[in-house]
Design a protein around this ligand. Sequence first.
Ligand SMILES: Nc1nc2c(ncn2[C@@H]2O[C@H](COP(=O)(O)OP(=O)(O)OP(=O)(O)O)[C@@H](O)[C@H]2O)c(=O)[nH]1
Ligand SMILES: [Mg+2]
Length: 279
Amino acid sequence: MHGLFSRLSSVFSKFSDKSSITTIDIEKYTEELLSMDMSFNVAEKLIHGIGSSGKPPVEALKDTMKQILLSGRMCEPKCGILMIGINGSGKTTTIAKLGKWYRDKGYSVIAGAGDTYRAAAIEQLSILAGRTGMDIVKAKPGVDPASVIHDAVAAYKNRSRDVVIADTAGRLHTNVNLMNELKKVKSVMTKALTGDRLATYLIIDATIGKNSFQQARQFNMNIGIDGIIITKLDGTAKGGILFTICDELKLPVAAIGTGEGLDDFMPFDRDKFTEDLFR
Ligand SMILES: Nc1nc2c(ncn2[C@@H]2O[C@H](COP(=O)(O)OP(=O)(O)OP(=O)(O)O)[C@@H](O)[C@H]2O)c(=O)[nH]1
Ligand SMILES: [Mg+2]
């Protein structure tokens, strides 16, 4: 399994399991942790754990990692899911993966094509919906995203589906107008769900590194996030940002993406993830 994020786990494999460590080891370990884009605070917590626990370094490291990481969960049907994040983070691909994941569990899924800025985005979601057996509700490019998502939730209700997943256009966390648009989509979706739970997931591209922390903070402040889905862990040794987001923002990780395929997705489990990193 460590092959799924082998570049990240190759960093952890440098931590030896000997019973005591030297100052040189500590310097080397700190450097390794920072190289995967962990914040200095988090790296310091991990190193402090190694020095103070009396356990072999790898065991001490795992203990602290498990304390820092927060496991979220994918929402339990019936529910609505709102996918948000910057351009190219993996929202639309993750909708297809999620759709398949729910379908494999026997649930029916509707996708709402809320990225109405680009015809290609609507087309991309239509193709993925066809491939995964999701219904899709879409409109012409240029239509208000909130109205498309309203219609998608109405279809979920009318057709008695189990999950409705809203796609949105990628946007920078610094763009006030686009943030306001997202607030509107969320409020319309919440109202249309008439009491069914809404889970808002921020999709973060693991290869981006440290800037993701600001994204998570801004999206959470403006929109409110229930969990992070971190994608592209297969292609980077920089997934350390995940620890920083959990530690400093107390946001849980709901799932991870480990490839472009529809099955390259799994709900996040902090204990399993930690153990897998050292395999
Ligand atoms: N290697 C890898 N690639 C991924 C993963 N998730 C998504 N991608 C790729 O990332 C690219 C962007 O994915 P999209 O799903 O279109 O991203 P998006 O957030 O919807 O992008 P916008 O709609 O432009 O904001 C595509 O080429 C995907 O195949 C992953 O877990 N691993
Ligand atoms: Mg998209």
